[in-house]
Design a protein around this ligand. Structure first.
Ligand SMILES: C[S@@+](CC[C@H](N)C(=O)[O-])C[C@H]1O[C@@H](n2cnc3c(N)ncnc32)[C@H](O)[C@@H]1O
Length: 335
């Protein structure tokens, strides 16, 4: 290592292998693992982004990556970290456009050198060269259609089969394939302050590419543009919320007089939406969260969306609701 170079043990790729080992082998929560690493190691924004991208990307595409890796390692017994290292290399090659092959190769070999003995380094070098030189497996080679869908979308076979049983092959295939498409960024329009048509015009004039939601009347889908700094966001005329999350609240058929329990509420996206149906004189939503610092987020959100009068927050483990409230305390509940 030259003086001005970063030690490999602090690099995003090295840490990605470490994080993935903990997640895949010991069942650690990926988000907590990443937060811990980013905070403890004080990673730069660029390294944090690459680390996060590799960790979530390998988890998301694991079955596909394993399918591609299998022919190169058939009959070889891999230690878990070597297997993980090869998956991270494959992920970068297949899914990250901006990383050149030489960078993937050099850094993966360097990690193998630091973590393993000379035999492992040579093994990793040989496998990576083969991967970079050869074509990867084609999904059309998988004859069983359920198995093919499972590998291509990286969804476990049992889940593919359950979805097909429950919804039929066409719908299940659409649902499964949609899992790997980035979710639409959407906003809920605060109908007490404005309406969807006016907001569509305002956001378009502000330079965003926006269209109406196909699934709910009060939402707009934002294809391009940043929302968090817009005055419409700061004033609570719009809020960032997933369309599917909005549908959950719409399906509750809330009445203005309802008393509603939101059991796991922070940061309060649904709490604010529930509150928007309620008349503060008669109805309200009790928003619980188990973490004290998250209670503030619910309140900030409710205040920004002008529904704080309908919201009562409480620091409480939802499993203890029965001890604190009577059976008839609530007309509806969201968890
Ligand atoms: C996915 S978030 C909820 C998102 C929220 N419904 C919304 O629409 O914005 C889950 C929340 O549940 C909280 N939580 C987890 N276990 C809990 C428990 N036993 N009791 C209360 N809150 C809990 C977490 O702290 C977290 O803030």
């Amino acid at each position: 290592m030259k003086d001005n170079e970063q030690p490999i043990q602090t690099s995003a790729r090295y840490l990605a292998v470490e994080a993935l080992e903990k997640v895949l082998a010991s069942g650690a929560y990926s988000n907590l693992q990443l937060n811990r690493m980013i905070n403890h190691r004080q990673l730069s924004n660029q390294d944090s982004r690459l680390l996060t991208n590799i960790v979530y990307g390998v988890i998301q595409h694991k079955l596909t990556l394993e399918y591609w890796l299998a022919p190169f390692v058939t009959g070889k017994k891999l230690t878990p970290w070597v297997n993980t290292l090869l998956l991270t290399a494959l992920y970068q090659r297949q899914y990250l456009d901006k990383i050149p092959d030489w960078a993937i190769l050099n850094e993966s070999i360097e990690i193998a050198k630091v973590r393993g003995h000379v035999g492992i380094r040579k093994f990793v070098t040989a496998i990576l060269h083969q991967i970079l030189r050869n074509k990867l497996g084609d999904f059309s080679e998988i004859s069983d259609s359920d198995q093919r869908l499972s590998v291509e979308a990286s969804v476990p076979l049992w889940l593919v089969q359950t979805l097909i049983e429950q919804y039929g092959r066409d719908t299940a295939t659409n649902v499964i394939n949609s899992l790997n498409h980035p979710a639409n960024q959407s906003v809920r329009v605060n109908s007490h302050l404005t309406n969807t048509s006016d907001m569509l015009t305002e956001l378009t004039e502000a330079g965003l590419t926006v269209h109406r939601s196909k699934v709910t009347l009060n939402a707009l889908v934002v294809e391009k543009g940043m929302l968090a700094n817009l005055p419409q966001f700061k004033d609570g005329q719009i809020t960032l919320q997933d369309e599917s999350a909005m549908l959950a609240v719409e399906s509750m058929e809330l009445q203005p007089t309802f008393k509603v329990l939101d059991a796991c509420a922070a940061p309060g996206g649904k709490t604010a939406q529930i509150a928007s149906y309620l008349d503060p004189e008669y109805g309200n939503v009790t928003a619980l969260d188990i973490h004290a610092h998250k209670i503030k987020l619910i309140e900030q959100n409710a205040r920004r969306m002008h529904v704080i009068d309908q919201v009562a927050t409480k620091l409480l483990d939802a499993r203890k609701v029965d001890e604190q409230y009577d059976d008839d305390s609530f007309d509806a509940a969201e968890t």
